[in-house]
Write a protein of this length. Structure first.
Length: 214
């Protein structure tokens, strides 16, 4: 913990470091919050990877607060942390205000339906995010319905990872229908969702210019 806190303190004063990868360090709550606080002050870091660090909803909210204030970070990875709906909602609200983040990875953070809904609403307003990973968040059919609204309206997202979300063919069809109205997505990862061949074809026809990993 001491090392993590010291690192966070250093980030408050740092003027050179641009890329920080702290993945798989199981830093925990105290360090997570300290790093989020540092992001509020740091003006040089552009990429931060906090994958698999035992972060929870409170750390998710702290990072969301940082995203509302930070104007230099362009890439944030929070994969495999138990952020849950509460943290997800806060992050979504931050996306409505943040105008610099272009890549956000939220794989397996237990977003829940409410978190997905908040994220979908944010994507209808955010115009800078180009890469989003929400794989392994158990969207299911209901999640697909909620998220499809964002795919109809968003005009900045070019890459979407939504694999391993238990969409099923019905959920896949919902997304395919929505993507008929999307003109910006160029890469879609939707494998491991139990889609039947007809739905895979519908997706390909909806966005023929897009590279799809089914």
């Amino acid at each position: 913990i001491k090392g993590g806190i010291a690192l966070a303190n250093a980030l408050c004063k740092n003027t050179a470091l641009k890329d920080l990868n702290l993945a798989d360090n199981y830093l925990g709550s105290e360090v997570g919050k300290a790093l989020a606080d540092a992001l509020c002050k740091n003006t040089t870091l552009t990429s931060l990877n906090l994958q698999r660090n035992d972060l929870g909803p409170e750390e998710g909210k702290a990072l969301a607060n940082a995203l509302c204030k930070n104007t230099t970070l362009t890439s944030l990875v929070i994969n495999f942390n138990n952020i849950e709906s509460e943290g997800g909602i806060a992050l979504a609200e931050a996306l409505c205000k943040n105008t610099t983040l272009i890549s956000l990875k939220l794989c397996e953070i237990n977003l829940g339906l409410e978190g997905i809904k908040a994220l979908a609403d944010a994507l209808c307003k955010n115009a800078t995010l180009t890469y989003l990973d929400i794989s392994r968040n158990d969207l299911g059919l209901e999640g697909a319905k909620v998220f499809s609204v964002a795919l109809c309206k968003n005009t900045s997202l070019t890459s979407l990872e939504i694999e391993s979300n238990d969409l099923g063919s019905e959920g896949g069809k919902v997304l395919a229908d929505a993507l008929c109205k999307n003109t910006t997505l160029t890469t879609l990862y939707i494998d491991n969702n139990n889609l039947d061949p007809e739905v895979e074809k519908a997706l390909e026809e909806a966005i023929p210019w897009c590279t799809i990993y089914e």
